[in-house]
Design a protein around this ligand. Structure first.
Ligand code: S3P
Length: 460
């Protein structure tokens, strides 16, 4: 049995308590008081996770210094930083929002003397594989936590093998731990069967050190942060949006840059939905990245009738940024499918919460990728929301959610998935009674300050 060792009672009557259990797991207890709450205020979300990983990696591969402002200080970028430190990059402590990376130069990574651990981070492992496989005459071993060790790596191992990479692992070289013998690779034109920025970026990173032209063609456009940042660091890159192809010509060195990381729209999405579903709320989320390859969530919420306004739109260091204002809205159902899916893939758990409070039946399909994220997000969201009284049917590639049934607080579990933990906490804001989100510490993967921010914006 767990003993409660720490508890913060935040307001009276209490709305949120945070309990730390003996095994260091953390429960977020949300009491919806009978008079109801509203959400008010201005919020800054942490730095974009995808951009943070890429800034650390390209900084490590570049010549000279890279200064990163607004880096996400979550667990996932820490995994990336520690892997590249183990291969010779100098990275200042990840304790301030300004981090300096002193790069080692393309092709100069040192052979690490121990196993590289990507923790919970698929982006770290998959992108890094392209870099390691193309570093000749070094041997690497890579692993991750229990979630990452069951996530499919063949989607990057197979194209890398077409480039003649040498990679070994369990289940036909598809699961971490993996062993990599770096070597000179051969350029390919890869037609990816899935729209995945991790696959695209892995191949492009392998192409950086490969003579000739390496091209990736995707079935639908995925996030393009790698392309934007590779260009800024000096890589020779051509993008053809019509054929959804990107080509890198290998051999050009990278040079350290100043990177400004915008707020993560995937983190902002929790507040967008919270502001829309909690009565009498108005929130402004400042400085959010609104790169068009990531704004599917805004389009989906607009289809659902959410009152969201983009304010102060601007471009910061090569990425579009805006402040997002959301007000309580009467939501209606919609269908989310097709090419929009890769542009909102990480926001589907919180969009499922929005659907629970929308009139009618929302259908999410073509999202089978959700089954191989940090958890099986289709199964876990369906189970956990059903526990709270929602009407959710699992589909092989998505969910069917009939909104309008009031939720009741219950004991739910994140399955150690950060986005599930935060989505359930937002659902709890509109559930009558007490919800306990178990293993809520998972939020620190992408949003260490989530609970504090939630505390600050609740008006009871
Ligand atoms: C990411 C790409 C997405 C996303 C992940 C981050 C990235 O994965 O789900 O959280 O930074 O490239 P896929 O590209 O595999 O869909």
């Amino acid at each position: 049995m767990f003993a409660v060792t720490r508890q913060f009672i935040l307001m009276s009557p209490s709305v949120i308590t945070v309990e730390t259990k003996e095994d260091v797991s953390l429960s977020l207890v949300i009491n919806q008081i009978s008079s109801g709450i509203s959400l008010q205020g201005r919020i800054l979300v942490p730095g974009d996770k995808s951009i943070s990983h890429r800034a650390l990696m390209l900084g490590a591969l570049a010549q000279g210094e890279t200064k990163i402002q607004g880096l996400l200080l979550g667990e996932d970028p820490r995994s990336t930083a520690s892997c590249f430190q183990a291969m010779g990059a100098k990275i200042s402590p990840l304790n301030s929002e300004m981090v300096t990376v002193t790069g080692i130069g393309l092709g100069n990574l040192l052979e690490p003397i121990d196993i590289l651990n990507a923790g919970n981070s698929g982006t770290t492992l998959r992108l890094m594989l392209g870099i390691l496989a193309s570093h000749p005459a070094r041997f690497f071993t890579v692993t991750g936590d229990s979630s990452l060790r069951v996530r499919p790596m063949s989607r990057v191992v197979k194209p890398l093998q077409q480039m003649e990479a040498q990679i070994w692992g369990r289940k036909d070289n598809s699961l971490a731990p993996l062993a990599i013998q770096g070597k000179v690779l051969k350029p390919i034109h890869y037609h990816s069967p899935i729209a995945s920025a991790q696959v695209k970026s892995c191949i492009l990173l392998a192409g950086l050190m490969t003579d000739g032209k390496t091209t990736v063609t995707e079935p639908a456009i995925s996030r393009d942060h790698s392309e934007r940042m590779l260009r800024a660091f000096g890589a020779d890159l051509e993008v053809d949006p019509d054929s959804k192809s990107v080509t890198v010509t290998g051999g050009k060195s990278l040079h350290g840059q100043n990177v400004i990381v915008p707020g993560d729209i995937s983190s902002a999405a929790f507040w967008l939905v919270a502001g829309a579903i909690v009565p009498n709320s108005e929130l402004v989320i400042e400085n959010v990245g609104v790169n068009p390859t990531r704004t599917g969530v805004l389009e989906a919420l607009e289809m659902m009738g959410a009152d969201i306004e983009l304010q102060n739109q601007r471009e910061v260091a090569g990425e579009p940024v805006a402040d997002l204002r959301v007000r309580t809205s009467k939501l209606k159902s919609c269908t989310i499918s097709g090419d929009i899916i890769p542009r909102l893939i990480d926001e589907i758990p919180i969009l499922a919460v929005a659907a629970v409070f929308a009139e009618g039946t929302t259908i999410i399909k073509d999202a089978e990728e959700l089954r191989v994220k940090e958890s099986d997000r289709i199964a876990v969201m369906a189970q956990q929301l059903t526990k709270m009284g929602a009407k959710v049917t699992e589909l092989p590639d998505g969910m069917e959610i009939t909104g309008g049934t009031p939720l009741t607080g219950s004991d739910v579990d994140s399955h150690t998935d950060h986005r599930i933990a935060m989505s359930l906490a937002i659902a709890a804001l509109n559930a009558k009674g007490t919800t306990t989100v178990n293993r809520a510490e998972a939020a620190s993967i992408s949003y260490p300050d989530f609970t504090n921010t939630l505390q600050k914006i609740i008006v009871s």
